[in-house]
Ligand binder design. Sequence first.
Ligand code: CU
Length: 401
Amino acid sequence: MTVFYRITKIYNISKMAQKTNIFGVGFISLLVFSSLSNYSLNEIYAQESNDKNNKNGIKENRENIEKIIQYDKDKNCSKDLDKIPDASEYLTYFNCGHVNIDDNNKKTSRDFALVVEENNTIPISNQGHKFKAWTYNGTIPGPTMRMTEDDLVKITVINAGKNNFSHSLHMHSIHPGKSDGVEGPGGTIVPGQNFTYTFMASPYGVYPYHCHVNPIADHINRGLYGMFIIDPKEPREKMQEHAMLMNGYDMNYELEGPITLPVVDKKDPTNFVSGDENAGIENEIYTVNGKAFEYMDNPIEVNQGEDYRIYLVNMLEFDLINSFHLHGNMFDYIASGTGEKPEYKNDIVILSQGDRGILEFKPEFPGKYMFHAHQTEFTDLGWMGFFNVAESKNNIDDEDA
Ligand SMILES: [Cu+2]
């Protein structure tokens, strides 16, 4: 028996059909998904009890399905896969895809759709700065996709028909070459076409994804990246969870041109003609989750004495390192999220380009605490925010007593 649940329409599919002019196999399969109905658990039970050949497996099936649905609930999976979250909503927006539980072979598969749009002008600060972005599903960063280890994952990337450039999706983690987003059809999706990247989610951890079409720095600088989380089969300790992706914007990259090798001096190839062609390539704005100073203007509300987990990814281009510093507290750090136990406790973690990890902490005292890059230049240019720690209700009750 195959059970689908939480089937909703895939990212404005009818609108995208008009925009992208896709009539290929990929689009037909997307239409199939959008035409499936929602199954409630009661309907699933009714179906099971009607299935006379399946009586022995009913209890086991039910437990398995309930376990998967409950795990998705615990992960705070969004019911709205079409949502275009703003920078504050991005913190807790987890897209777990369209889920298909096949109980015959005990497999769960998840289908995701990412639509690439160019010339999507979006706000990148609360001071009025806008950026001519290229986006996956309308936002920088793209949606946080979430899956469980060993799930069969299918991510269909649709390059909108009105676009001018080819794009791709390169994910970190383990997968076959044809789903690596570099070689073959998955490495070059021309405008109006789509490609489905298929892999078994492994190993558990937190990962970046990004476009891998040349010039890569340009495609990344314009905004084609995001994070995905492969959760372990045995859930981590339950905590309130936030996604944080650190990035930057070189707002006049177009004037500076792509990063290239030095020009060869044909008369004397040993002569190094350096030139300062790339000298202007630097970020003018730095952020966490796409919008400068977002969490300074809208502090993240947390509670004293409760546990918090942050999935942190560094997708900063042009600067070699980035960092995360928490005021007034220490966090446990799990590098890459590939282990269960933290490696160390610190209040700073330094990440190179593409690196990531998991931070876990418990606010000890109420108050307002800054978090920011520990490079002052980055903080001054936008990478700064606040946690607003509310006093524990227990403390307040104690004081009243
Ligand atoms: Cu691209």
